[in-house]
Design a protein around this ligand. Structure first.
Ligand SMILES: [Zn+2]
Length: 722
């Protein structure tokens, strides 16, 4: 690009004055002047400057230092009334010109910022990943000469990290004229002038990244009234000047430079999912699809089509992508609409692959591991940031970065202690509070969580409750709307199906590599290939599905119909009623928490159809999936009812009952054998009373843990508490 000719300062200043007059900014400048210093910024639409004079607009982009910080500010001062001017001049940096809404052609992705952008005005965007505390930066230092005591002013360089001292005790400022070698200076902070400053780090949006590229980050310097307006997790657009400063090794300046952006203005992304807005043709496709009779099948089969089976899991994940309706109670409490799902499974099952695929399909999807390498981990923390001179900064973790999206977290059971304690708040209130090293902040984490965890003992054991199997506290497990166990048990029919599916994936892939896909060699059945292709190719293109989901989440907020509400109520009341009808103490089949999960799933089903009403059929879909989940892991087969404590309690109802039974057996045995009984004797006795041996062992261990029985020298004792 040909470089524009540089104009002199007075010409540029006159241009601004003309612009302010002809585009109605004079009254606004005087209004800001009246309210100064509470108000310190004049917002100028770049489009206005462009209308006024396109060449001048280009000039501002090319020479922002002169055009904005120098001549522009001078023009603002010229426009102020005398008493306003005095007040503004006395408090640097005065009134800032905040150019907003820069044109699209000045947009540069963080990863594409290059040396030719240095000192030019550009705009870029990203998620705020870190933000330091606000600290003063020296604008103009006042120094005292150690020889003569004169006070000397020295303006400071914004780009330098070090203080610039006067080179001599300036005579024109009333000093003695001695140079730096002959005298030295003390800085007087109380007389010096400062501006508030904050450094943030923005990270590119995942949306624009393809093929496993890692997101890049950039430091942004915010000053004066731009500080403390954005927080980690916010998606922002920044207009600013790209700066380059030499790297240092000790006192030495290197010929390599570090870059950062000095912000001129900062804007929050106006709407969510902006980049996923469908085109007119795509919208037509989306509407068409929403009325298709096999919509649910199509969406479900577009999730990880390479992986065979797991029909219910995929359908649940499809609902999760759409989510329920977030709402506020009349009292102001927030109820989440996001659906949390946990996949528990033997190693080698398809968990990780499903998670990766969902992160790629779901808008604002992020894939991360529970044992993340970053300090912020899944939630957020205060860290010492070397790039910001070792100051404490607030760093956002996965759940904050996935705000308004889906966080797919592998090895969730391996999360750090810090994450563990922040997770309850993150999953229910969908906020994360950090109070550490003087940083107090509450960050938003309005995302759905698709987690995966391995059983503690390697393989899933149907005898044990969920709490015994997964290294996660019951209070966290109870926050998942659905938990699915993915086991890898041999089964002839299933294995045959899996094998043919995997073969289909490979054969379709092989054919796609042929130069001429039509010329299929002999020995390969073309018709069979077509069937296979049908099975393994996603029915909906990934980019269209993303836009479909984004569209539904942005525009569709369904309401439960009377009929749908009645079905949910009946389900809840009758399940609890059936359990209450049992003899003796009864298990709790579901609680209000599960009821809310059913509501969310029903809303999600309606959203998936782009319907503004939750119909009976939506509730039926939700209940089918919900019953599938409970029947797999919360079924008390003896009583024929659900027992939610099999998932979220330390002991299931059955274990509690059997535990009492076993303990009284031991009490009876110990009455005759004062020195206690051996494990073998207990198990023998238990077997005679109809206990399954494995179950008796598990219960015995729990009784021992709870202090109900105790052991010494291999002999057990128990005392009746009556
Ligand atoms: Zn002096």
């Amino acid at each position: 690009m040909e470089k524009m000719k540089r104009l002199d300062r007075e010409t540029v200043r006159a241009k601004w004055l003309e612009f302010f007059e002809s585009f109605g900014y004079v009254a606004e400048i005087q209004r800001v002047g009246d309210n100064f210093p509470e108000e310190r910024s004049l917002r100028v639409l770049f489009g206005d400057v462009d209308h006024f004079d396109p060449d001048f607009a280009l000039y501002v982009l090319e020479y922002p230092d002169q055009a904005i910080f120098d001549a522009g500010k001078a023009a603002v001062l010229d426009t102020l009334l005398p008493e306003q001017r005095e007040k503004v001049e006395a408090r640097p940096p005065g009134i800032n010109i905040r150019l907003i809404e820069l044109p699209d052609d000045s947009f540069v992705e963080v990863r594409r910022l290059r040396h030719e952008h240095v000192d030019r005005l550009i705009k870029t965007s990203g998620i705020v990943k870190r933000a330091t505390a606000v600290r003063p930066r020296l604008l103009e230092g006042v120094f005292r000469c150690k020889k003569c005591g004169a006070l000397i002013r020295e303006p400071q360089d914004a780009l330098s990290r070090t203080i610039r001292e006067p080179i001599e005790c300036y005579k024109e400022q009333g000093g003695c004229g001695k140079t730096k070698g002959q005298t030295s200076f003390d800085i007087l902070p109380r007389l010096s002038r400062f501006v508030d400053m904050q450094t943030i780090q923005i990270q590119e949006e995942m949306e624009g990244l393809r093929g496993g590229a890692q997101p890049r980050s950039m430091q942004v310097i915010l000053e004066d009234d731009l500080v403390d307006v954005v927080f980690p997790g916010d998606r922002v657009r920044i207009s600013g000047i790209l700066r380059a400063v030499p790297q240092r090794r000790g006192q030495e300046k290197l010929n390599r430079f570090d870059t950062f952006i000095e912000a001129v203005s900062i804007e929050m992304e106006k709407t969510d999912y902006e980049s996923l807005e469908p085109s007119e043709e795509e919208l037509e496709e989306i509407i068409d699809l929403s009325t298709s009779p096999d919509l649910v099948e199509k969406i479900k089969n577009s999730i990880a089509p390479n992986i065979y089976g797991y029909s219910e899991v995929k359908e649940a994940i499809a609902l999760q992508m759409f989510g329920g309706v977030p709402k506020e109670t009349p009292g102001g409490a927030r109820i989440r609409g996001d659906i949390h799902i946990l996949l528990v499974g033997d190693p080698g099952t398809a968990k990780s692959q499903i998670l990766r695929e969902v992160a790629a399909i779901a808008p604002r999807g992020i894939y991360a591991s529970g044992k993340s390498a970053s300090a912020a981990g899944l939630t957020a923390t205060a860290v010492k940031d070397e790039a910001s001179d070792g100051r404490w900064t607030l760093e956002a973790g996965t759940l904050v970065l996935a705000d308004m999206g889906t966080a797919c977290i592998d090895e969730l059971d391996k999360m750090s202690e810090q994450d563990r304690s922040a997770m309850h708040e993150a999953m229910e209130q969908q906020t994360i509070t950090v109070a550490k090293a003087g940083i107090n902040a509450t960050l938003r984490a309005r995302c759905s969580i698709l987690g995966a965890a391995n059983p503690k003992k390697g393989r899933f054991d149907t005898f044990l409750t969920m709490v015994d199997q997964i290294d996660m506290p019951p209070t966290l497990l109870s926050r998942f709307d659905l938990i699915f166990v993915m086991t890898d048990e041999p089964n002839e029919q299933k294995d045959t199906d899996i094998a043919s599916h995997i073969l289909a994936v490979h054969r379709v892939g092989e054919v796609a590599r042929q130069r001429d896909p039509e010329a299929v060699p002999a020995g390969v059945d073309v018709d069979l290939l077509d069937v296979e292709r049908e099975r393994v190719v996603a029915p909906i293109r990934r980019d269209l599905l993303r836009k479909y989901v984004a569209y539904a989440k942005k525009y569709v907020f369904p309401i439960l119909s009377d009929e749908a509400a009645a079905v949910i109520k009946d389900y809840y009341v009758s399940l609890r009623g059936r359990a209450a009808g049992q003899e003796g103490p009864s298990p709790v089949p579901i609680t209000a928490r599960q009821l809310e999960a059913v509501i969310r799933l029903s809303e999600a089903s309606a959203r998936m159809r782009l319907s503004s009403v939750v119909e009976k059929e939506d509730v039926h879909r939700a209940l089918r999936i919900f019953n599938y989940y409970l029947s797999k892991i919360a079924m008390d087969t003896e009583l024929g009812t659900y027992d939610i404590d099999m998932i979220v309690g330390p002991m299931s109802h059955r274990e509690r009952k059997k535990g009492l039974e076993l303990r009284s057996l031991i009490v009876e045995m110990v009455k005759e054998r004062r020195d206690g009984v051996t494990l073998e004797e207990i198990l023998e006795e238990a077997k005679e009373h109809g206990f399954n041996e494995r179950e008796a062992e598990i219960i015995l261990e729990k009784l021992h843990e709870m202090g109900e029985i105790w052991e010494s020298g291999g002999r057990f004792k128990a005392v009746s508490r009556r």
